[in-house]
Each structure stands twice: as C-alpha cells, then as structure tokens.
Design a protein around this ligand. Structure first.
Ligand code: MG
Length: 310
C-alpha cells in the first residue's frame, strides 16, 4: 500500500473537499475531511498535512502536487495566525481590560477570576501603588492592594467557582482548563456589560492554554470569543489590568479560604503539598470524606495521597 503526504493551505483543502464530495467518509479527530475513493484514502488534517493512502496513493497525490505548499510557507501562515492573538505593545499603555485567575493549583478553596478595566491615565497610578503579579507579593500586601483598587472606582468583575460546583463540573467531564476558559469568558462579559459604551482598545487574557483550545472550550458551550481579545503568557508582567486582575482574584481566593477554614474548623493550607495531605487525613477522620466536597477540588491526587496518613 502506497502512502504520500503533501502540505496544503486551507483554500486548497476546501477545494479538495468539494472535489471529493461524493466519496466523503467519517472525519477522524484532528482532520478536516476524509475521502475514500476506489483506489485511495485521502485525509486532510487541520495542520495542513494531507495524507494519501492506498493502491493509487501516488497517482491521487500527483493531481494536487502543484497546489502543495512547501513546508516553510505553511509554517509562516500558521505563525501569522498565532501572532494575531498576541497583543500589540501599544495595548499595555491604552485603555484596556485584563483578566487573570487564582486557586487553580490549590487543593482547598475555589477558583476565582477577575477582569479589570484600566484607563491609560490610571496605569501610572496603579504602577506606583505597587500593583503587580499577585504571585510576587505576600498575602497581606495582596489584600491591602485589592482594597486600594476597590477605593479607586476601577470597574471590575469577579467570579468565584465554589468547590461544590467545581466538583460537579469535573464529574461531568469538564477539565480544569474548560472551567477556567468559561470563567474568564463570563467574567469579561460581565465587565463589558458594566462598561456599556466605554471604549477600550482590547481585552488581554493571561494565557493558560493554546488559543485554539480556548476557542474550542467556548465553542463547546456555544460561546465565541469577544472582538479584540488577545492572549499572552505572563501577561501580568506587561499589563497593569491583568496584574490588577491577579490581585483581585487572589484576594478573593484568600478571603474564601478564611471563610472555608471557619466552616470546617481547621486553618486550610494553600497549595497541594504533603502538608495538605496530612490536613485532609485529619478532616476525613473527624468529619468524613463528604465534608471535602464543599472545601476542596476532589480530583486532585491529594485526596488519594491523604490515605497514607490515616
Ligand atoms: Mg494567570
């Protein structure tokens, strides 16, 4: 059985799909289409690779050879596509929205997201206040900075995904990535509703997964990304709006941790260390395992690891 691979751009792949219209087969994962003719199987992948297989693979491939792009051209197309979600540097000093989350790596406590709108005039003031990545500052400072932001009348929205709901979604098959994507989306949407006609240059999300993956999460819940949305890893180092979002989200997480500690009667520990495992064992022994549902992310390995200490 012969095999041949060509790389095509999207236009050619769509042309091919029309050409093979009568012979289309079930589309495998990651593919745009698969066709099954009498003598060849043709599979076009989202990556631009088109695979020809079967007794006449070579012959079938030769029909399209002149349309094939060199690997380099395709890479460039892909690279361009990718950068369209990178923010222009001018965004960091313009009126813009930034969003970030907290609590995703902590066994105890919720996941929180905050989206913040800042104007170009507020940026230097917030910088002076010491607004920066919440991971770089201690809990007390995070909490006092969050209070400062609240007094500055800076529009923001905050969402808390409580543990019970988190565990429900997880049991339904949602990955944490999907939860984060939907949280960011809803938080930003609420903020834009609050803002009404206030103009802004763009929305910057602190990136936690590949952009197409984010888009797919939204699509699976019939949502689409808002116009002028950008993604960037470590965005809190570049954008004061994202940094402010990280502070507000963290402060809310810390506040929730205090509330949950009071409910359960133990000072809950941040993170997912073996100290956390020991505390889980104590809580299970005293209150039973179901007590964890409203204070913890049950699917974390810690739940099993705690057995060692019982
Ligand atoms: Mg982040």
């Amino acid at each position: 059985m012969g095999q041949r691979t060509l790389t095509m751009n999207e236009t050619v792949i769509q042309k091919m799909k029309t050409y093979y219209d009568k012979t289309l087969d079930n589309t495998p994962q990651g593919a745009i289409f698969r066709a099954r003719t009498d003598s060849a199987v043709i599979t076009a992948y989202k990556s631009g690779k088109v695979l020809f297989q079967g007794s006449h693979a070579e012959e079938e491939a030769s029909k399209w050879e002149t349309n094939a792009s060199s690997a380099n051209t395709f890479k460039q197309v892909n690279a361009n596509k990718k950068t369209s979600y990178s923010p222009p540097p001018s965004l960091f000093t313009a009126n813009h929205i930034g969003s970030d989350e907290s609590g995703t790596g902590d066994f105890f406590g919720p996941v929180t997201t905050a989206a913040v709108y800042v104007t170009s005039e507020q940026i230097p003031i917030l910088k002076q206040l010491g607004i920066q990545d919440s991971k770089a500052i201690n809990d007390q400072v995070v909490q006092s900075l969050a209070k400062e932001i609240a007094t500055m009348e800076i529009p923001y929205s905050l969402m808390i995904l409580h543990n019970e709901k988190y565990n429900d979604l997880q049991a339904k098959g949602w990955s944490q990535g999907k939860m984060k994507a939907m949280l960011h989306h809803s938080t930003i949407q609420r903020l834009t509703e609050k803002l009404g006609n206030t103009p802004y240059d763009g929305i910057l999300i602190d990136q936690f997964c590949q952009v197409p993956v984010y888009m797919n999460y939204l699509k699976s819940e019939q949502k689409t990304v808002m116009d002028n949305t950008y993604f960037m890893t470590k965005a809190e180092h570049y954008s004061i709006a994202v940094a402010a979002g990280s502070v507000i989200a963290r402060a809310s997480f810390l506040q929730e941790m205090e509330r949950l500690s009071n409910i359960i009667g133990y000072k809950l520990i941040k993170g997912a260390s073996s100290q956390v495992d020991r505390l889980i064992a104590k809580i299970i022994e005293e209150k039973g395992k179901p007590a964890l549902n409203e204070i913890a992310k049950l699917h974390f390995k810690n739940t099993e690891k705690a057995a060692k200490y019982m």
